[in-house]
Design a protein around this ligand. Structure first.
Ligand code: ADP
Length: 555
């Protein structure tokens, strides 16, 4: 009802109901099947008519001093109608109301349990978490390997059939070795908790890849010190970032500011005509409708809070970019659930809306896109420091003017020549990827998380250097995804950012974004200095080519 009124006026949002349950009840009644809605209206009308009739009759009787208990046939009928409609309306709305309270309590309870146990991420939509049921199988691993190799047991079902994740991985590893004839000796199997990834992080595991984790720091950021874990196989990277951290620390530290914090998801829907698509665009962007849309959206999680909807059109296709805060989660699951709620809600009033995809690429996830560079995605952070001229000479082995000139010619002009999109920096992606992998972030989001413009200016009578990195789309979380795995969570713990922040949800993930930006600042300073001093090739030859490699290459 509310939604239809809103359409005709184009403006009024659901404003009458005040309580959460009241609102959801009104909105939910719109979704009821037509015959039930007609019956509801009939009984409501009967209730009102009977009540009005009886009130009038009793008023007349009181005025004419007639006894109230002597009832005419019409009054008996009205009382009967009143009772019947009361019983119907109570059984319909009262029971649904109580159910809604019970179910919402259940949802809350679920969240509480999750919160307390640092909930593991929800499973991938395509993969149901296999139930660990032991079936009658041959006793020996060798016989099961045989069954997998011959195709009589699907490899993916090993975990559920055996009820033992470690054994499943050993058997799959061996079966693959036999099927391919490849040794796989360097791919370790034991020493990893495979139950921690089951149905959540990786399917059909055959082992794990080892990556060294180095540490850069202390990074002096906003008055605190952090030791930054970096998982990488690129020699020089950690050493270089460490040198940048030293220069920052000896100059009084860096400072960061988080400008924005919101994850986005943009579904694409299609209409029979561009005019209809434009109607939904107008509706979605009308601030008067924000309350209704956010009410639907925010039901996805107690941490999801809709911030806005930005629409764009291509012909009769409409792309709606929903942005929301997601607490300490990176938030892709959360925002997707919220978007689905809104689409389900809108479908009732826009029956000609065809949902093409929950993601229409205007989000834009894991692809270089101007929308993230301009509007931001995840956390938008600026991190700055003033590096003393003396430190630049002593630690970074270069000068302020050399750095300023190089930054202009390389990071600004050079990137413009290359037609860069968010790539106005020397190597932000190096640091972002290494910290992402160490702390269990999604490494594919390095694409937009590495968007960065590095600025360098001479200050204090050209004595010192003001350096900053502006990164509009750092996508990080301290819960969900790979963050709960043992090694990754140890790295988060090193930063004091393991899991959710119970007092202030979202502050852990925002601080992690600031640390990423701070480490990028250090990395930019150091690499730019190496380039300005012409040291890059020399240091890479030292750290990237070990004597063992050189000896091997010579053979
Ligand atoms: P993502 O949305 O990043 O993919 P998930 O949805 O997999 O992350 O994980 C987030 C889960 O963690 C949600 O179920 C949420 O209820 C729970 N959670 C617990 N504490 C927090 C918090 N402080 N911030 C965000 N989510 C939290």
């Amino acid at each position: 009802m509310e939604l239809r009124r809103r359409h005709s006026s184009g403006a009024t949002a659901t404003a009458t109901a005040t309580s959460y349950y009241g609102r959801s009840r009104i909105l939910a009644s719109d979704a009821l099947p037509l015959p039930i809605r007609h019956t509801n209206r009939l009984f409501s009308a009967l209730f009102v008519a009977s009540l009005v009739f009886l009130m009038r009759r009793w008023r007349q009787k009181i005025r004419s001093s007639s006894p109230l208990h002597i009832l005419a046939f019409s009054e008996i009928l009205a009382i009967f109608g009143l009772m019947a409609s009361l019983i119907y309306l109570f059984s319909f709305f009262g029971i649904t109301f109580i159910q809604s309270i019970i179910s919402s309590h259940e949802e809350e309870d679920e969240e509480e349990v999750d919160f307390a146990s640092e909930r593991k991420p929800s499973s991938c939509a395509l993969v149901e978490k296999p139930k660990l049921v032991t079936e009658t199988l041959p006793e020996s691993d060798a016989e099961i390997v045989e069954l997998v190799v011959s195709g009589r047991i699907p490899s993916y079902s090993l975990e559920s059939r055996l009820g033992d994740c470690d054994r499943a991985v050993r058997i799959r590893h061996e079966a693959l070795r036999r099927m391919t004839g490849r040794g796989l000796e360097g791919l370790p199997v034991s020493g990893f908790d495979y139950s921690s990834i089951l149905g959540q992080c990786c399917e059909m595991p055959i082992g794990y890849v080892q990556l060294p984790v180095g540490v850069a720091g202390p990074l002096n950021l906003d008055g605190r010190e952090y030791y930054v874990p970096m998982a990488t196989t690129e020699g020089c990277l950690v050493a270089s970032t460490n040198r940048g951290c030293k220069a920052i620390a000896e100059s009084g530290g860096a400072h960061s500011v988080v400008l924005r914090d919101g994850m986005s998801r943009a579904p694409v829907v299609r209409f029979p005509s561009a005019r209809r698509a434009a109607e939904l665009k107008a509706y979605a962007e009308n601030s008067a409708n924000f309350e209704t849309i956010s009410l639907m959206f925010d039901r996805s999680s107690r941490f999801a809070r809709l911030q806005g909807v930005q629409c764009s059109m291509a012909g009769r296709n409409l792309y709606m970019r929903f942005t929301c805060s997601t607490g300490d989660a990176m938030g892709m699951n959360m925002v997707s659930k919220g978007v689905q709620n809104v689409l389900d809600f809108l479908q009732a009033d826009f029956p000609d809306m065809e949902i093409i995809s929950i993601s229409g690429n205007f989000c834009s996830d894991k692809k270089p896109a101007a929308v993230n560079w301009i509007e931001g995605r995840g956390k938008s952070v600026v991190c700055e420091a003033t590096i003393k001229g003396e430190v630049i000479k002593r630690v970074l082995k270069t000068t302020v003017p050399a750095l300023v000139e190089l930054n202009t010619i390389k990071n600004l002009a050079g990137s413009a020549v290359a037609g860069a999109l968010g790539g106005f920096n020397a190597h932000a992606s190096n640091i972002v990827s290494a910290v992402f992998i160490a702390t269990g972030q999604d490494p594919a989001q390095n694409v937009e998380s590495s968007h960065c413009i590095t600025m360098m200016e001479a200050v204090n009578d050209s004595e010192d250097l003001h350096v900053s990195v502006t990164m509009p789309s750092i996508e990080v979380g301290t819960v969900g995804g790979g963050t709960q795995l043992a090694s990754q969570s140890a790295c988060l713990d090193l930063l004091g950012l393991k899991g959710p922040n119970p007092e202030s949800p979202g502050s852990n993930s925002r601080l992690l974004a600031s640390i990423v930006a701070g480490a990028v600042l250090a990395g930019e300073l150091s690499l730019m200095s190496a380039l300005a001093a012409g040291q890059l090739v020399k240091s890479h030859m030292k750290y990237n080519r070990s004597s063992r490699d050189i000896a091997g290459a010579a053979q």
